[in-house]
Design a protein around this ligand. Structure first.
Ligand SMILES: Cc1cc2nc3c(=O)[nH]c(=O)nc-3n(C[C@H](O)[C@H](O)[C@H](O)COP(=O)(O)OP(=O)(O)OC[C@H]3O[C@@H](n4cnc5c(N)ncnc54)[C@H](O)[C@@H]3O)c2cc1C
Length: 488
């Protein structure tokens, strides 16, 4: 069992500290890595340059969902007879923003600092950089420096940031990225959203409901291109029905905002243009690795970090990369899962406890990253998926059958919302008769995805799923209808 020890030496220069594990970046993932290694009896320090809690707590998951919750609740309520009449009228944007601000703790991280304190993890504020193997230098906000040495592992959990495309005029146009879109407390009159992925769709949904006239500019042919085609089609149709413009198959070639104030014009390839009061670019993420000393350990600054299933960086025996920064699945829950796996692997290696349990679905292998990543999009209607889509399963060489279901036929759906519109698909591996993936779109279906995740991860045979009886009358009855359709 490794001792919990923290040595500090001050040789007249930067004070030196020694821990079993040093974690770079205190987003949800870094926090979970330190939590796991501490629980295993190792000492740990964590370095954070902004707020403990990371992107997720302050500029991503939490504020976006706080903005979307009233939107979705109102929309659902408007589909219930007897309630509908009580929920006409606009959202109270100021109240929505006040609640969002409360959810993000007014962009203060005291609570999270207290928690790290309570589990005995030392926090170093400042920008961290690798200084060669197992060493990290921290440059603090007041110019102070510390050097941390890790006996066993350094975990890079520095996350990702929004990227702006390299377009003429873009910097001077002061566009929104996900940070401004989740933290603004002013509703633009006309908002142009560039990008049809999850962030673009969620923010278009929120700001449209808060009162902006929204135009979405999407390069591909449909929204949410990583999901089954029917998902994006339902979501686009609903956005259009509520009055948003969704333009697909268009590429932006320039952005113009004279003097950095006043209206913004987005120029499209081919010469058309769209004018708005603000433009959000939701066009992808880049790893936050450009200035973390990767060159001192033979890695390329600015790259996503390649890892094995124990989250250890390829070619290293002490460096781990966990969460967004490894580009496996840019989602908080999946990053936290990786953190649990990495924490267990780091502890097992530190204790020299024999071979790792790193076969498929073992305690030290993030197998779900390959087979069962669940995701809920808080659009209106909601969208959710786990595992492989039909196209992905076919590309992977499975012999598959897709079973489709119009959700309006499910008894629970009709009760959930009058005129319920939604769709579900289950993708079955015909050789093993197990579910490889499932996708849903419709009001209230976000909560359905965990049942699908259990089926996929458990590789539950269809013949056994037949005995997993969904309660009547809930949305989960979609499972019964899908299984009936499969069995014929
Ligand atoms: C608008 C939006 C909405 C989202 N909604 C959801 C959602 O609903 N559900 C979901 O699962 N996912 C969601 N995501 C994705 C989610 O935010 C990320 O997957 C998650 O934040 C990744 O966690 P992380 O700890 O890897 O990185 P981050 O949360 O980015 O944290 C990394 C931390 O490292 C710090 N850091 C970086 N470099 C250094 C350095 N050199 N020194 C010290 N500290 C450093 C950063 O300041 C930051 O605090 C959303 C993303 C966006 C943009």
């Amino acid at each position: 069992m490794t001792r919990v020890v923290e040595h500090e030496h001050d040789h007249g220069r930067a004070p030196e500290h020694e821990y079993d594990v040093v974690v770079l970046g205190a987003g949800p993932v870094g926090e979970n890595v330190v939590d796991r290694v501490r629980a295993a009896g190792l000492s740990a320090a964590i370095v954070e340059s902004e707020l403990i809690g990371g992107e997720c707590s302050y500029w991503a998951c939490m504020p976006s969902k706080a903005l979307l919750r009233p939107v979705i609740a109102r929309s659902d309520a408007r589909k219930v007879a007897g309630l509908r009449e009580s929920v006409y009228g606009p959202l109270d944007a100021l109240e929505v923003f006040a609640h969002r601000d409360e959810v993000v703790g007014d962009w203060k991280d005291d609570g999270q600092v207290d928690w790290l304190d309570s589990i005995g993890v030392r926090v170093f504020r400042g920008h961290g950089r690798l200084l060669g193997p197992r060493r990290v230098e921290v440059a603090g906000p007041e110019g102070e420096r510390h050097v941390l040495t890790a006996r066993h592992a350094v975990a890079v959990c520095t996350g990702s940031r929004a990227v702006l495309p390299d377009l003429p005029g873009i910097t001077g146009a002061r566009p929104w990225t996900s940070r401004e879109a989740t933290s603004s407390d002013r509703v633009p009159g006309r908002l142009i959203v560039v990008g049809g992925g999850v962030v673009g769709v969620e923010m278009a949904t929120a700001w449209h409901a808060l009162g902006a006239k929204v135009t979405m500019l999407v390069r591909g042919e449909r929204l949410l291109p990583r999901m089954e085609p029917f998902v994006g089609e339902h979501v686009a149709e609903a956005l259009r029905a509520r009055g948003a413009d969704v333009l697909t198959g268009v590429s932006v070639s320039a952005v113009v905002r004279d003097g950095g104030t006043g209206p913004v014009t987005v120029v499209l390839e081919g010469g058309d243009h769209v004018e708005g009061d603000q433009v959000l670019f939701a066009t992808g993420r880049a790893p936050r690795t450009e200035d973390i000393g990767l060159e001192t350990v033979g890695l390329k600054p600015g790259s996503w970090l390649d890892v094995d299933d124990s989250l250890r960086v390829t070619g290293s025996d002490w460096l781990y990369a966990v969460g967004d920064v490894n580009h496996r699945a840019l989602l908080t829950h999946q990053g936290k899962y990786q953190a649990r796996i990495a924490g267990a692997a780091i502890a097992a290696r530190a204790k020299d406890a024999g071979p790792l349990d790193d076969g498929s679905w073992g305690a030290h292998a993030a197998t779900a990253d390959h087979a069962a990543v669940p995701q809920v999009v808080f659009s209106d209607p909601e969208a959710a998926a786990v595992g492989l889509s039909l196209a992905e399963a076919e590309r992977a060489g499975y012999r598959v059958r897709a079973v489709d279901l119009d959700m309006s036929g499910v008894a629970g759906a009709g009760l959930y919302a009058q005129g319920y519109r939604g769709h579900a698909r289950m993708v079955v591996d015909l050789d093993r008769e197990v579910v490889l993936g499932a996708s849903f779109v419709g009001p209230g279906i976000g909560e359905l995805v965990h049942s699908a995740t259990v089926a996929v991860v458990g590789e539950v045979p269809i013949a056994r799923l037949w005995h997993a009886v969904p309660s009547y009358p809930t949305l989960s009855e979609a499972w019964l209808r899908l299984l009936e359709a499969y069995r014929g």
